[in-house]
Design a protein around this ligand. Structure first.
Ligand SMILES: *Cc1c(COP(=O)(O)O)cnc(C)c1O
Length: 384
C-alpha cells in the first residue's frame, strides 16, 4: 500500500509552521519561501484566519450550496470591490476555477475554441490539462480535447496575425508561474486584450498563482491595466484552506443560471470564512504597498547576485520571483534546504521564491544570504 507516486517528495516532513518559519520532525527550522506553492500568503496559521475559522468551526461546517451562506456573500463583496467584476462562483481548486471559466466562455459565446499559450499552466483536469501548453503535462493521456490552440507567449506578431472566428476566449497568465516565472510584457498583454475584442472573445486571466496580493496588487492584471471578463483564483485565496473562485462580469451571469454548473463543497462555510478573512487582510492598500516595497527590496538584493557566474537572470514582480541559472536548479534547491531555506523549481533551471507576503525584511535578507552562500559554493557547476 502506498500513495500513487505522482510527486517526487523532498526528504522533509514539516510538523509545524508559524509565520514564515516551519519546523521539521527533527526540530530543524526553515524559512519557508515556498508557502505551499503561493498558498500561505499570510504565512503559516495567520491569526486573523485562524480565529475566524475557529469561530466557524463552533457554528457550522458544511450546508451545501442549496442554502444561503453569509460568508460567501461577504467574500464576494470584498473580491469584487473596486474592479469591473461582479459575480463569483466558488469551487475547490485552481483547476476547477479554470474549468468553470472554460465552460462559461463556451456557453456564453456559443463558440468553442480556447486560445492559450505555450509553457502555460492551467491545471490537471481534462479540460485544464488540454488548456495547458506543455507537452510533458499531456504525455500518456491520448487525445486531448480538440478545441484548444496554443500560441507562443510574449510573441505579439504571431498573436496579431492569428485569425479564427470560433474563439470563445483567450486564457492567459500575467506571469507564467509553473512555466518558469516569465512575466508577460506590457505590449503582449495589451495585444491579448485587443485580440479578444477583435475576435469577440472573452479575456480570461488565470490568477491562480499571481493573485491574492502575490505580485503586490490584488490581482496581477491590474499592473498591466487590463480589463478581463473572467478572473480565476485559488492557491492563496484561503490561506491554505482549499478553495477556488471564478470572478466574472455582470453580463456573464445570464449564462451560468441554476443547474448549469455546480460544486458540492465550493465555498462552504469554512472555505468562505477562510476567503473572507484572507482577502480582508490582503486587499488593503497599505498591506499591498508593503508587499511591493518588500518585493522591490528582495529583487534589488538578489540582483547583487547577478554577478555570480551561474546566475543568468532575475525575474518577477512583488514576491513572485524566479532566478534563472545557467545550470540545473534542483541541486541548488537541495543545498538551500540543508541551510534552512525552502525554495521550489519552476522549470529545470529556475529557482522560484514565493515567501509569505508577511515575510520581514530581515527574513528576506537572511534568505538572500543563504542563496549567496550556496551559489558561491556552486561556482564549479558552470564548467560541468
Ligand atoms: C497551480 C495553478 C493552477 C492549478 O491549481 P490547482 O489548485 O492545483 O488545481 C492553475 N493555474 C495556475 C496559473 C497555477 O499556478
Amino acid at each position: 500500500m502506498s500513495l500513487f507516486p505522482t510527486y517526487n517528495r523532498f526528504p522533509l516532513t514539516i510538523v509545524s509552521g508559524d509565520g514564515t518559519k516551519v519546523v521539521d520532525d527533527k526540530g530543524k527550522e526553515y524559512l519557508d519561501f515556498v508557502s505551499g506553492i503561493a498558498v500561505c500568503n499570510l504565512g503559516h496559521r495567520p491569526v486573523e484566519v485562524q480565529t475566524a475559522l475557529e469561530k466557524q468551526l463552533q457554528e457550522v461546517w458544511h450546508v451545501s450550496n442549496l442554502y444561503h451562506i453569509p460568508a460567501q456573500e461577504e467574500a464576494v463583496e470584498l473580491l469584487t470591490k473596486d474592479n469591473n467584476l461582479d459575480y463569483v462562483f466558488f469551487c475547490n481548486s485552481g483547476a476547477e476555477s479554470n474549468e468553470a471559466a472554460i465552460k462559461l466562455a463556451r456557453k456564453h459565446t456559443g463558440k468553442e475554441t480556447i486560445v492559450t499559450f505555450k509553457q502555460s499552466f492551467h491545471g490537471r483536469t481534462f479540460a485544464t490539462m488540454s488548456a495547458t501548453g506543455q507537452d510533458k503535462i499531456h504525455e500518456g493521456y491520448g487525445t486531448l480535447l480538440p478545441t484548444f490552440e496554443y500560441l507562443p507567449y510574449n510573441d505579439v506578431e504571431t498573436l496579431e496575425g492569428y485569425e479564427n472566428d470560433q474563439v470563445a476566449a483567450i486564457m492567459v497568465e500575467v506571469i507564467q508561474g509553473e512555466g518558469g516565472v516569465v512575466p508577460g510584457t506590457q505590449s503582449f498583454l495589451q495585444a491579448v486584450q485587443a485580440k479578444c475584442k477583435e475576435l469577440d472573445a472573452l479575456l480570461i486571466i488565470d490568477e491562480v498563482q499571481t493573485g491574492i496580493g502575490r505580485t503586490g496588487s490584488r490581482f496581477a492584471y491590474e499592473h498591466a491595466g487590463l480589463d478581463p471578463d473572467i478572473v480565476t483564483s485559488a492557491k492563496g485565496l484561503g490561506s491554505g484552506f482549499p478553495v477556488g473562485a471564478m470572478l466574472g462580469k455582470e453580463a456573464l451571469a445570464e449564462s451560468f443560471t441554476a443547474g448549469s454548473h455546480g460544486s458540492t463543497f465550493g465555498g462552504n462555510p469554512l472555505a468562505a470564512t477562510a476567503v473572507k478573512a484572507t482577502v480582508e487582510k490582503i486587499f488593503d492598500d497599505s498591506f499591498l504597498k508593503e508587499v511591493q516595497e518588500k518585493g522591490d527590496f528582495f529583487i534589488q538584493q538578489l540582483e547583487e547576485l547577478l554577478s555570480h557566474p551561474v546566475v543568468k537572470e532575475i525575474r518577477g514582480k512583488g514576491l513572485m520571483i524566479g532566478i534563472e541559472l545557467k545550470v540545473g536548479a534542483m541541486d541548488i534547491i537541495h543545498q538551500l534546504r540543508d541551510k534552512g531555506l525552502l525554495a521550489v523549481l519552476a522549470g529545470p533551471n529556475v529557482i522560484r521564491l514565493l515567501p509569505p507576503l508577511t515575510a520581514s525584511k530581515e527574513e528576506i535578507t537572511t534568505a538572500r544570504n543563504i542563496l549567496e552562500d550556496v551559489l558561491q559554493k556552486a561556482e564549479h557547476l558552470q564548467n560541468v
